[in-house]
Design a protein around this ligand. Structure first.
Ligand SMILES: Cc1cc2nc3c(=O)[nH]c(=O)nc-3n(C[C@H](O)[C@H](O)[C@H](O)COP(=O)(O)OP(=O)(O)OC[C@H]3O[C@@H](n4cnc5c(N)ncnc54)[C@H](O)[C@@H]3O)c2cc1C
Length: 594
């Protein structure tokens, strides 16, 4: 049996002390009332729901899984009631526009909700999680008529959204997709094709599912330039808003998976299903990116959520499990052995987990605040800078949160020894559940190719230059501080290595077409580690200001930050070496010799 306590203290620390969120957010039009008290109240309510309602269903949901019978998908026991509480609490429309019944709160808060819900129950979180991106895409790109019909019910949580990209022969390469949309001549389209792996494609939690579907019009150009986006409801909606007949949308089957078994992953059949165009013809991929960027951040938060859950449970176990004696003398001489937390190796694992989780949390919050600023700041140049930063950090937050999430969850399982491998303690579920976060919403390799192939080059390198300017300002402000030298120094070195490596990649990739693919994952990891070091510098700056307060929270921050700088960040040196080895080590072996 696992336990989960929402890390509210740490969340409040990054929100209020590190990023002064109240000052930043209340200055944005529409967020004037989002005071620190409001934010804290939202976090506390969410924590209660997660701890008391969602987490108790985590293991039972995994064991029971979803079922599919007579064309109907059923979520595990308890999910329907929990979802009712979730939607009635207004959580589905937390960030949605109040014109549609939403609460109009910042993305920054939504990140914490996603993290807490993910820790409590990763499978459950996918149902409302997919609706979030659906709402954003509809609000940004659909006609007013479509918004009027679909937004209020998505916001209230009475209906859910689903994202239909993947087909059997078409995963990472969306240019291959074959689903067709034929115009009916009355402004609607008949959508035909099969989509696979569709999360929350159907369930018994809601009466209607609003599918956003990528498909090709008859005159579509080949490849990704010929993709359009359609809204295809499971049930038609009558003029008075009530549900009408069933559309030609059905579930073919559900997948039997390694993890997230409480989340329905559906094969969706569209057999001439009636749909409505969203956005312009052939521009569907760009519209879908409104949803995908949101979901990518969400998946990063899912990775962090499992790291946090795994860390919490591993600490409890390490303080309880008695094996061996401390190397520097027995700590509990009256007992038959010491708890395993006395061993340096166990501490290495726990501190690796914690130092990464806390930095990732700060970074992901920062990225979400950039999204809020990019949407609402009155000054256009500030909006553009924030948009650049959010764009640069999206693949890093997704692949960093999920990649380190998998690594950390595995390390925390190791703390349990054999007891981690058996079902009873719940650690093996976390390892199975978190694994998908590295794959869906664009694999982590696809994220790294987005970073290295697209984001680096945008606007003549404007995004990276913005990042370098922002972090340079931090170094310049703090490098004279002797009390922070052990943090600022390593960050400065990491930043310099990242800058030099970026330059090297830009130059070499012009000569070597395989270079980007050969180094992209290592480069993203190097970038993520540098970002985490940046976050640690900001966090220890805040903690140092309070170190004489008598609150041990701040002492712990300094210790954990020190661990990161000395035991995690040095990975950058080996990544640098691996990147500079180029593509030859991977490419020189002829295919036939594999
Ligand atoms: C549980 C689950 C839920 C999902 N939910 C959804 C959903 O809600 N909606 C939806 O549309 N899809 C969903 N997916 C699909 C998911 O997004 C895809 O599985 C993912 O994008 C990868 O596609 P693929 O599986 O076809 O792998 P492929 O694209 O075949 O990739 C196979 C391998 O090749 C690598 N690769 C591919 N192209 C390149 C390249 N150019 N360079 C280097 N390496 C490359 C990949 O990184 C991967 O390691 C879900 C999948 C699962 C398993």
């Amino acid at each position: 049996m696992t336990t989960y306590t929402a890390p509210l203290r740490d969340m409040r620390f990054v929100l209020h002390e590190v990023f002064a969120a109240e000052k930043t957010l209340t200055a944005l039009p529409g967020f004037e009332d989002v005071t620190a008290d409001v934010m804290d109240a939202v976090l506390e309510e969410c924590a209660k729901l997660c701890q008391n309602v969602l987490h108790p269903l985590n293991q039972s949901g995994d064991q029971e899984g979803c079922t599919f019978k007579d064309g109907q998908v059923t979520a595990p026991k308890g999910f329907k009631d929990a979802y009712k509480q979730y939607s009635e609490g207004g959580w589905c429309g937390l960030t949605a526009n109040p014109d549609f019944g939403g609460q109009g709160l910042p993305e920054a808060l939504d990140y914490f909700v996603a993290e807490m819900v993910g820790s409590a129950n990763l499978s459950f979180g996918l149902y409302p999680g997919l609706s979030q991106g659906t709402m954003l895409a509809i609000a940004a790109h659909a006609t007013d008529d479509l918004k009027k019909v679909y937004m209020p019910k998505l916001v209230s949580g009475e209906w859910q959204g689903a994202m239909n990209l993947t087909e059997p022969h078409c995963g990472s390469d969306l240019g291959l997709l074959r689903t067709k949309a034929a115009p009916n001549g009355d402004g609607t389209y008949n959508v035909s094709g099969t989509k696979i792996f569709i999360s929350a494609g159907d369930s018994d939690l809601v009466d209607n599912v609003v599918h956003l579907v990528l498909a090709r019009l008859p005159d579509a150009p080949e490849g990704s330039r010929g993709i359009s986006l359609f809204l295809v409801p499971k049930m038609f909606v009558n003029a008075d808003g009530s549900l009408g007949a069933r559309n030609a949308v059905s579930v073919g089957s559900i997948e039997h998976k390694m993890g997230i078994k409480g989340s329905a992953t559906c094969v969706m059949n569209f057999d001439g299903a009636k749909g409505w165009l969203v956005g312009q013809p052939h521009k569907g991929l760009a519209c879908m990116f409104t949803m995908m960027n949101k979901e990518r951040m969400f998946v990063g938060a899912q990775g962090i959520s499992q790291s946090e859950l795994a860390y919490q449970n591993a600490v409890t176990y390490a303080k309880d499990r008695m094996q061996g004696r401390a190397a520097d003398g027995a700590k509990y001489p009256n007992k038959s052995a010491d708890p395993i937390i006395v061993h340096a190796d166990i501490r290495n694992k726990l501190l690796y987990a914690r130092s990464v989780v806390e930095a990732q949390r700060a970074l992901t919050l920062y990225a979400h605040m950039q999204v809020d600023i990019s949407h609402r700041h009155p000054d256009a140049a500030t909006r553009e800078r924030a948009d650049d930063m959010a764009g640069l950090l999206t693949p890093i937050a997704k692949a960093g949160g999920s990649g380190f999430g998998s690594e950390i969850t595995n390390l925390c399982l190791q703390v349990f020894g054999g007891h981690g491998y058996v079902r009873e303690w719940g650690m093996e579920q976390m390892v199975r559940d978190v694994r998908i976060t590295e794959i869906y919403e664009g694999t982590n390799t696809i994220q790294s190719l987005d970073l290295i192939g697209r984001k680096l080059g945008l606007g003549g390198g404007r995004l990276v230059k913005g990042f370098m300017a922002e972090t340079d300002a931090v170094v310049s402000r703090l490098q004279g501080r002797n009390d922070l030298a052990e943090f600022v120094g390593p960050f400065k070195d990491a930043r310099a290595k990242l800058a030099a490596c970026t330059q090297w990649i830009v130059e070499q990739s012009q000569k070597d077409p395989n270079l980007r693919s050969a180094v992209s994952n290592d480069y993203l990891r190097m970038f993520a580690l540098t970002c985490m070091a940046w976050m640690w510098v900001l966090m220890v700056e805040s903690a140092t200001a309070k170190k004489d307060s008598g609150d041990s929270f701040y002492d712990a921050k300094l210790h954990v930050g020190r661990f990161f700088m000395t035991k995690v960040l040095p990975q950058i040196a080996s990544l640098d070496g691996m990147i500079r080895a180029g593509s030859a080590p991977a490419m020189n072996l002829p295919e036939a010799l594999f």
